[in-house]
Write a protein that binds this ligand. Structure first.
Ligand SMILES: NC(=O)c1ccc[n+]([C@@H]2O[C@H](COP(=O)([O-])OP(=O)(O)OC[C@H]3O[C@@H](n4cnc5c(N)ncnc54)[C@H](O)[C@@H]3O)[C@@H](O)[C@H]2O)c1
Ligand SMILES: CC(C)[C@H](C(=O)O)[C@@H](O)C(=O)O
Ligand SMILES: [Mg+2]
Length: 359
């Protein structure tokens, strides 16, 4: 089994190092090969996703990814910006199904910015379509406005679009996931305004006919954003497009206590996948050794379960994470009075120690 390890920028290398440490502690036979990506790759090879990195990601059984991006690259032309690396990997590997589970561990009920009773026992799954929508729609660009009140003025435009097969396949993923959980899917759209999302709603409804055992509700994205902080436990599986999923998953992360707790899996049709925390490179805390590595460690657990057929090892990592939280260890983002503040490396070491003491 070969894992491509792509640490990236900012806190990426710090958190990925801890996940790699945890994977090594499992005593399974993995080959891990590291390659530069994002700003780090731009510095080393002049491109955020060098050919060699892409090849490694394609030939590996799974990809463990940190994060990319830094404000200092914001003035580069778009194709050279670090974020193009993760977008390129998603597109090139066909990773259309993004799983972002928002689980509030019992020990972190008080770390959430919401009232404890709203988040206690929370376990929802956001399924975000990852290779379509306004993120990838063509045409896009800048031009002189050809019409309207501001004709002749400079303008920029992107294109929101979804094809029927793209919506069908993500809808199937969501209904099948819901079947194994609470049997409810909330499809989030903006059908009241956008034709793309009226089409989304129609196609999801059509696919639903094949899943009579799963309840389907439709919700507008503005209401969904509100309901997520009002009564998040009413959701089970949320399925939505690329952009709404990006925004709602960061919101859902805060229900778990911190964005540093939200892992993700991005899968293609063959269940090959890329695993990364849902957060970014956090340039504001990079290099300080304070970032929370748990989202990345939990992403490695998802990798074992979904792509490497090692469900038992995945369970072991998840229970080790619960155990370090139960011991009261907290990185700064989830710290509260009465717990013990630790750095990135100490948190990783504690997970490894917990793995070693498992019965
Ligand atoms: N998949 C990715 O690689 C990815 C995802 C999101 C953002 N980004 C990029 O990251 C850069 C920074 O973006 P941003 O600031 O909007 O989002 P961010 O997720 O990097 O950071 C948002 C806030 O959350 C905090 N945070 C994030 N992860 C944390 C962790 N593990 N532990 C503790 N605190 C954590 C940060 O310190 C910051 O205050 C940008 O260049 C952006 O494009 C990359
Ligand atoms: C960095 C960026 C391209 C990315 C996205 O928007 O998908 C990030 O925010 C994420 O959530 O993975
Ligand atoms: Mg995001």
């Amino acid at each position: 089994m070969k894992i491509a390890v792509l640490p990236g920028d900012g806190i990426g290398p710090e958190i990925v190092a801890e996940a790699v440490k945890v994977l090594h502690a499992l005593d399974l036979r993995f080959e891990m090969e590291e390659a530069p990506v994002g700003g780090a790759a731009y510095e080393a090879a002049g491109h955020p996703l060098p050919e060699a990195t892409l090849e490694l990601a394609k030939e590996a059984d799974a990809v463990l990814f940190g994060a990319v991006g830094d404000w200092k690259y914001d003035t580069l032309e778009r194709r050279l910006r670090p974020e193009q690396a993760i977008l390129g990997l998603r597109k090139e590997l066909g990773l259309f199904a993004n799983f972002r589970p928002a689980i509030c561990y019992a020990e972190l009920t008080h770390a959430s910015s919401l009232k404890p009773e709203l988040v206690a026992g929370l376990d929802i799954l956001i399924i975000r379509e990852l290779t379509g929508d306004i993120y990838f729609g063509q045409p896009r660009g800048r031009r002189e406005s050809p019409d309207g009140a501001f004709r002749g003025a400079q303008e920029a435009f992107d294109t929101m679009r979804y094809s029927k097969p793209e919506i069908e396949r993500i809808a199937h993923v969501a209904f099948q996931a819901a079947r194994k959980r609470g049997k409810k899917v909330t499809s989030v759209d903006k059908a009241n305004v956008l034709e793309t999302f009226q089409f989304w709603k129609d196609v999801v409804t059509e696919v639903h006919a094949q899943y009579p055992d799963v309840e389907l509700e439709h919700m507008y994205v503005d209401n969904a954003a509100m309901q997520l902080v009002k009564a998040p436990k009413k959701f089970d599986v949320i399925v939505t497009g690329n952009m709404f999923g990006d925004i709602l998953s960061d919101e859902a992360a805060m229900l778990t206590g911190s964005i540093g707790m939200l892992p993700s899996a991005s899968l293609n049709a063959d269940n090959r996948g890329l695993y990364e925390p849902s957060h970014g490179s956090a340039p504001d805390i990079a290099g300080q050794g304070v970032a929370n590595p748990l989202a990345t460690i939990l992403s490695a657990a998802m990798m074992l379960r979904f792509s490497l057929n090692q469900a038992e090892a995945a369970d072991r990592i998840e229970s080790a994470v619960k155990s370090v939280l139960a011991q009261g260890l907290r990185t700064a983002d989830i710290y509260s009075e009465g717990t013990r503040k630790v750095g990135t490396r100490d948190m990783g070491d504690a997970v490894v120690a917990a793995l070693r003491t498992q019965g």
